[in-house]
Design a protein. Structure first.
Length: 508
């Protein structure tokens, strides 16, 4: 009662402020001291422990501790919530997450934030250091995260879920197995507000990262040009159109060719994609990707032929004409004139030796059997050049590809051990069943430079549009998480189907 009179009495404003701070001082739940030894023993021995007043140590799927009623003062917590909501938040969005984050809370001077910071940095850090048996540094990272409709940390395979609860603290050791997430917010009215951070201790040795093997790559399948006339919009088979496409592609390193397939072929493909005969398998692991891949055995005939088209010799040559890349031995090469000049110089050299080198344009290198013969190299049977093989061996253009199904909850992630991104390559994407798709749904293919967050290029799924993108070794790509908004698109068609794409990569 006295505190209320002090707050309402303007003449005792200073005294009221002091009394308010005294009343709202942040204090830890006294249960922490009561169970300290039991929690320490459970943590060190990898045992489970629980207390009826709201403390749990669990070892599945990795050791973690949940503390209910962490802070004693409810008035302070309400004031803390108000201060946090008034912070400036910055949107964070990449392959791993989408949410809004505050600035570093170590620099904030609000009374309630300062009070929380003090109890975390001092009292709780001392308690936690004793529990873990590790000397924790005085520097603590601390920020506030706000998650609203469709925002999330990237989904993983769920082993255990902890529902967000008022005034509950959770801690665990960051390790190679401590994968965790914030699931997508499905409510348009609610907001998830949390304070999170890291206590730092001595560095620990980590096991080597698993590196996936390369996907199978194959040279083109022999075919004649009739396959192109059967499938592809005639406008793209016109030589003058191909010249314009190549000019634009060489300038931008990417292009989108709309209405690429003939309408009747595209409609047959879309119809076949809904067939229950297709066998889909989930691609993982969840910390790298989550989508469905079609097994090529048993595909409906039209889809098998479509996959064959993208592997055909005729399409390799057409892509060469579109891009200027050397994906077929008949493709015109930008260094033909240079080779002619070198031959003229050799003829005029009267036997003097000349050093021959390949030319480069836009980070794309060409090599021919003639070049190798001039160097005196032996030309053997054609073979697929894989990463790590000698660059002196002539390479054969190859490709790899898959038919993918995308729907709510699916995504791919960037990861350091992705060997597929260690080479120059041409990406090809053709989407189906994505009419009226909106970039707010997710499912966008995003390209970024290694070590950067800013997007270089984004591709929103678009029906019957062929996307070609040439990327270098420093360019990474991922497919953004498909969120709850995509369900609204699916309702229009009365089925939760998402969309499909043919995804191929070509190597010179």
């Amino acid at each position: 009662m006295s505190s209320k009179r002090l707050r309402s009495d303007p003449e005792s404003r200073v005294g009221g402020k002091r009394q308010l701070k005294h009343q709202e001082l942040a204090e830890l739940n006294p249960l922490l001291l009561e169970v300290k030894e039991r929690v320490s023993e459970a943590w060190s021995r990898g045992l489970e422990y629980s207390h009826e007043k709201g403390l749990l140590v669990d070892i599945q799927p990795f050791t973690h501790c949940v503390i209910s009623n962490f802070i004693q003062s409810q008035t302070l917590l309400e004031g803390l919530q108000n201060e946090l909501l008034q912070l400036n938040f910055h949107e964070k969005s990449n392959d791993l997450y989408k949410f809004k984050q505050s600035d570093d809370l170590r620099k904030k001077k609000g009374y309630h934030i300062s009070s929380l910071r003090k109890v975390l940095f001092e009292d709780f850090r001392t308690w936690l250091s004793d529990i873990l048996g590790v000397k924790l540094e005085s520097t603590v990272d601390l920020s506030c995260a706000k998650y609203e409709y469709t925002e999330h940390d990237q989904p993983q395979q769920i082993a255990k879920s902890l529902t967000p609860s008022w005034n509950t603290l959770i801690f665990f050791e960051v390790s190679p197995v401590s994968h965790h997430q914030v699931s997508e917010i499905l409510s348009e009215e609610k907001c998830r507000l949390s304070v999170s951070g890291w206590f730092h201790g001595p560095s620990l040795a980590r096991p080597p990262r698993y590196i996936e093997s390369l996907s199978s790559r194959n040279p083109h399948i022999a075919s004649d040009e009739e396959i192109l006339y059967d499938w592809i919009n005639p406008i793209y088979l016109d030589v003058s159109t191909q010249v314009r496409i190549q000019d634009e592609f060489e300038e931008k390193s990417e292009i989108l060719l709309k209405n690429f397939f003939k309408n009747e072929k595209f409609e047959l493909v879309c119809e076949a994609l809904r067939s229950p005969e297709i066998k889909w398998k989930r691609r993982g692991p969840a910390n790298k990707r989550c989508y469905d891949q079609a097994e090529e055995d048993g595909l409906p005939d039209i889809l098998a032929k479509c996959m064959g088209l993208f592997c055909s010799e005729a399409l390799f040559l057409l892509l060469s004409n579109f891009t200027g890349l050397k994906l077929h031995f008949l493709a015109s090469s930008d260094n033909n004139d240079d080779e002619d000049e070198q031959e003229d110089e050799l003829e005029e050299s009267d036997g003097h030796e000349h050093a021959c080198s390949s030319t480069e344009k836009g980070n794309k290198s060409d090599s021919t059997e003639d070049d190798q013969r001039k160097k005196g190299d032996n030309i053997g049977p054609n073979k697929v050049e894989m990463p790590g093989e000698s660059p002196q061996n002539p390479s054969v253009p190859v490709c790899r590809g898959e038919l993918r199904h995308w729907k709510n909850g699916y995504y791919t992630l960037i990861h350091d051990t992705n060997v597929e991104n260690s080479e120059f390559a041409l990406d090809l994407l053709l989407c189906c069943g994505c009419e009226d798709w909106n970039d707010e749904f997710g499912g966008i293919t995003s390209y970024i430079a290694k070590g950067e967050d800013e997007e270089l290029l984004t591709l929103c799924p678009e029906d019957n549009s062929l996307a070609l993108i040439y990327r270098d070794k420093e360019t990474l790509k991922f497919v953004k998480h498909i969120n709850q908004r995509s369900i609204s698109q699916c309702k229009k068609t009365h089925e939760k189907k998402g969309f499909w794409d043919f995804s191929f990569v070509y190597y010179e």
